[in-house]
Design a protein around this ligand. Structure first.
Ligand SMILES: N[C@@H](CCC[C@H](N)C(=O)O)C(=O)O
Length: 298
């Protein structure tokens, strides 16, 4: 079984080519693949499957040839991944499954158009954001924030720490943020944001993963909450600095655009013995018996 490893600003993924939808990706196998000591190591898994072969993408095959099946490192399923879809698109072009240019990819959050040049940064149209009613109290490092709830297809809670600078942000203990379960019944990704010379700097505690070096949907949620707070309409662009690098968030009418590097690192082969010990890929379950399409971190 072949895999490719890739990342977007340090948010890293195991890419599994599965055009015909033959792999049953159990949560146990996802956890084993993502384990940084005993597996390949990643924040998540991207299964690359034709929409025509994927029951979760039923109805999208006329508009999009490929479906991004994204899984968090803990084995849970999320609706959307902004860095993941950029890496996914880079893989499609690199593997010869798509020509450079604009391509549309199906996700659990709906169709997303991606602009993939032959080389360089990849931009995705992330769709319109949803600012939910708030604020919601979220506690990070013993401090309560009035968090702004934003959906980018997946849920985010944006916490502004205006009194900190990027160095203060780097010192914050981001483990175990707490939030009212009723406000985020499916769990939530928590971002802490500070002002930075070119825009904003952020760190993120991802649902289903823990702290990651970068989060594309998180960067969009932060830029949306930041623009809403400033109150004078979306700026042309916001530069978002993350521990793993810089992402740029822009707007085209009501659509949020996310740009940044998407890098393929290595190709590999899963050893049969390792795969067997990790539980292996079962045959894909019939459509009606598939696991729930979205699982919160719990
Ligand atoms: N890193 C991703 C987001 C992945 C999903 C997230 N952990 C969730 O459960 O919603 C990104 O780049 O957007």
């Amino acid at each position: 079984m072949r895999f490719v490893k890739g990342h977007g600003t340090g948010n890293d993924f195991v890419i599994l080519p599965d055009a015909d939808g033959e792999l049953d990706l159990s949560p146990e196998l996802v956890r084993a693949l993502c384990h940084r000591g005993t597996g390949i190591g990643a924040d998540g898994v991207l299964r690359v499957v034709l929409t025509a072969a994927e029951p979760a993408a039923a109805g999208d095959s006329a508009a999009a040839r490929w479906f991004m099946d994204y899984r968090n490192a803990d084995g849970s399923i999320a609706e959307m991944c902004g860095n993941g879809i950029r890496v996914f698109a880079r893989y499609l072009v690199d593997a010869g499954y798509a020509a450079p240019g604009r391509l549309v990819i199906a996700t659990r959050a709906g169709l997303r158009a991606v602009e993939v040049p032959a080389g360089g940064d990849v931009t995705v149209e992330m769709g319109p954001p949803e600012l939910a009613a708030g604020p919601v109290p979220v506690t990070v490092a013993g401090r309560e924030f009035a968090a702004v709830p934003v959906s980018m297809g997946n849920p985010h809670a944006v916490c502004f720490a205006d009194d900190l600078d990027p160095a203060g942000l780097a010192r914050l203990d981001l483990r175990a943020p707490a939030y009212p379960a009723a406000a985020f019944p499916e769990g939530v990704n928590v971002e802490v944001v500070v002002p930075a010379p070119d825009g904003v700097a952020m760190r993120v505690f991802e649902r289903g993963v823990g702290e990651t070096a970068s989060c594309g949907t998180g960067a969009c949620a932060v830029a949306v909450a930041w623009a809403a707070r400033n109150g004078d309409g979306p700026p042309a662009e916001v530069e978002v600095d993350l521990p793993g690098g810089r992402l740029t968030v822009g707007w085209r009418e009501s659509t949020v655009l996310l740009s940044g590097p998407a890098v393929l690192v290595s190709d590999g082969v899963l050893r049969p013995d390792w795969l067997r010990a990790a539980g292996g890929f079962g045959p894909a379950a019939p459509a009606g018996e598939r696991r729930p399409s979205v699982v919160g971190a719990g």
